[in-house]
Design a binder for this molecule. Structure first.
Ligand code: ZN
Length: 251
């Protein structure tokens, strides 16, 4: 693959970085990342991944834009209310970067469709708002050795986890959440509230983790959980060990 002049200019500030360079940028352009949920987290994640040159991006979401989304789902504006999230988000990304491959999936991930949708992608970003989807993605990525960058936000608190299932020692989401909540479909943001800026903080960190995992640079977050308190402005990296009684030991 050879860069054209437009690409050299577009990505010049990254190509100049020693840890990325032309080879790294080409690797990003060859990468395929799926963003599950075009919500508070999916918005900044997708915007950054498109802008920095991930070559293929898919977005899965079955919802329509609602007015209560706009305070944190920055890929949408007031004119988008009632439009389909996935295709609307993709049309925004096209304006940011017209030279990458973009695909929208106007559906909810289920056990029936997950393989068909996800198998094509190298890295999965979980920005979903319920445990049913989170566990489904976790189990699929574990089984198929995909890289999973998971984020969660509620009130003023955020979390980021990276699971690189090609590494034997990688824990999984169920090592951290061994007991499923009673209602798998509950959306915490709806009941507990969330500050809009936190979606930007956590989503940006997730996008940054995607780049690090693809390029294998820096210190991987795999094996840790990043816990963010936006009020204290504290970022704590806590070791997340593989639980001996977790189902991920059998995989
Ligand atoms: Zn596990």
């Amino acid at each position: 693959m050879k860069f054209n002049k437009n690409q050299i200019n577009r990505y010049s500030r990254q190509i100049i970085l020693k840890k990325i360079g032309a080879a790294g940028q080409k690797k990003l352009l060859k990468s395929k990342v799926l963003v599950v949920g075009a919500g508070g987290l999916g918005s900044p994640v997708a915007i950054y991944l498109a802008a920095l040159g991930i070559g293929t991006i898919g977005i899965v979401d079955k919802d329509k834009v609602e007015i209560s989304n706009i305070s944190r789902q920055i890929i949408f504006n007031t004119n988008d209310i009632n439009k389909k999230k996935s295709s609307t988000a993709i049309s925004k990304l096209k304006k940011i970067n017209p030279n990458i491959n973009l695909k929208s999936f106007d559906t909810k991930l289920t056990t029936l469709n997950i393989n068909k949708i996800v198998k094509f992608y190298d890295v999965i970003v979980d920005g979903s708002d319920n445990f049913r989807t989170r566990f489904l993605i976790n189990d699929y990525c574990l089984k198929n050795k995909k890289i999973l960058v998971s984020g969660a936000i509620s009130r003023f608190d955020g979390q980021v986890m990276t699971f690189n299932f090609s590494k034997k020692k990688s824990p999984c989401l169920k090592c951290f959440v061994p007991k499923a909540p009673v209602d798998l479909d509950v959306d915490n943001c709806e009941y507990e509230g969330v500050i809009g800026t936190l979606a930007g903080i956590v989503g940006s960190i997730q996008a940054n983790e995607v780049v690090k995992e693809i390029l294998n640079i820096g210190l991987s977050l795999c094996g840790y959980i990043l816990i963010i308190d936006a009020l204290k402005l504290s970022f704590r990296k806590v070791k997340l060990n593989k639980r001996s009684d977790c189902f991920c030991n059998d995989k």
